[in-house]
Design a protein around this ligand. Structure first.
Ligand code: 2P0
Length: 325
């Protein structure tokens, strides 16, 4: 019973994934580009055990049940099929992605699970194979196999829908300031939200076409270390993604009044010459793409606009790491 532990970091999309072309294979409608973050990650240990009569899944020292457990066992079934493994597994996972930070943990969680479970089952997968496998757990997990900037090509089948590194080591100043917003709107999970937007928004196809057209433009902006171009593209892409939700039938929204306060603050700071751009995912928190040198002026402006606001700094992070436990 060899134990394997994997550490995978979460990522934030600069060009978003919002909708599936194939819900079984988890093929997205758009190619997405992300930044992996150093500060937020998941550690997962897996070992297979002939004495088990069902998978044993623990998250942060609590027994996992319900929908979350079902997702994990379905994912382990994929790994068992690939490896010819018949035993159930122990999965012990620790999330270092504070829920209060409003960052999705499914990307780091399924990337770490793919890494640890595949090795524990005796598979030696390449990074691309690992990315494909992680995608089956959660789409955004395909990108968390890689550090720095990663691109998940939407592809057209299981083989071609895979992430790759664009630039793994980033030696120039870029960060995401995570602005934690407490006024939580009604929770709609991203899996349901993206499918509803795809099925009912009259602007959905337009969003897909615009998003895919931005891929080479974003690649050039990253290659040029052009934080203003990266930020402009990311902010526009995020707002267009959220517009598909606002125009769904019935409409729904992840952004709250406080989210808009932060987005509008970024606009005002730009008018003062500061490079700061907003990106938002399936929740109210706003991530500000910026330079570390501007942290103080940005956080001071945030504190003035929203007294007591909490801000967490996130910097570019590394690829998945797997160790024998
Ligand atoms: C992203 N999000 O590109 C987008 C932007 C949220 C908003 O990927 O159904 O948890 O498990 O594939 O990966 C969140 O979606 O969804 C997500 P599933 P996932 O980061």
């Amino acid at each position: 019973m060899t134990h394997f532990t994997a550490r995978a970091h979460t990522n934030i999309a600069l060009l978003k994934y919002w909708g599936k072309a194939d819900t079984t294979l988890m093929l997205p409608t758009t190619t997405s580009i992300s930044l992996t973050l150093d500060e937020f990650y998941t550690d997962t240990t897996v070992w297979f055990d002939a004495a088990l009569v069902a998978d044993d899944v623990m998250l942060d020292d609590e027994v996992m049940t319900g929908k979350g457990y079902d997702k994990v066992t379905r994912f382990l079934d994929l790994v068992r099929d690939m490896a010819g493994e018949t035993r159930y597994a122990h999965v012990h996972s620790a999330n270092h992605v504070p829920t209060a930070a409003g960052l999705a943990s499914s990307a780091s969680a399924f990337a770490a699970l793919a890494g640890a479970a595949s090795r524990a089952a005796g598979l030696a997968l390449s990074p691309a194979e690992l990315s494909r496998l992680a995608r089956r757990g959660s789409g955004s997990a395909s990108r968390s196999i890689f550090g720095g900037f990663a691109q998940w090509d939407r592809g057209h089948d299981d083989l071609t829908s895979v992430a790759k590194p664009l630039v793994e080591t980033i030696d120039w100043p870029i960060q995401l300031l995570t602005v934690i917003i407490n006024d939580q709107p009604k929770k709609i999970d991203s899996r349901g939200g993206m499918q509803h937007a795809k099925a009912t928004s009259p602007f959905y196809d337009d969003w897909v076409n615009r998003s895919n057209a931005l891929v080479p433009v974003m690649q050039t902006a990253i290659a040029n270390h052009d934080i203003d171009q990266i930020g402009q593209l990311a902010e526009a892409n995020a707002l267009q993604m959220h517009a598909t939700n606002a125009t769904a039938q019935p409409a729904f929204n992840y952004l709250t009044d406080s989210s808009w306060q932060v987005i509008n603050l970024a606009t005002r700071l730009r008018e003062q010459g500061i490079s700061v751009y907003a990106t938002m995912d399936a929740g109210p928190n706003v991530k500000l793409i910026s330079r570390p040198a501007d942290t103080e002026v940005i956080t001071a402006a945030l504190a003035e606009a929203i007294p007591g606001v909490v801000v967490r700094t996130a910097t570019p992070g590394p690829s998945i790491k797997i160790v024998e436990g």
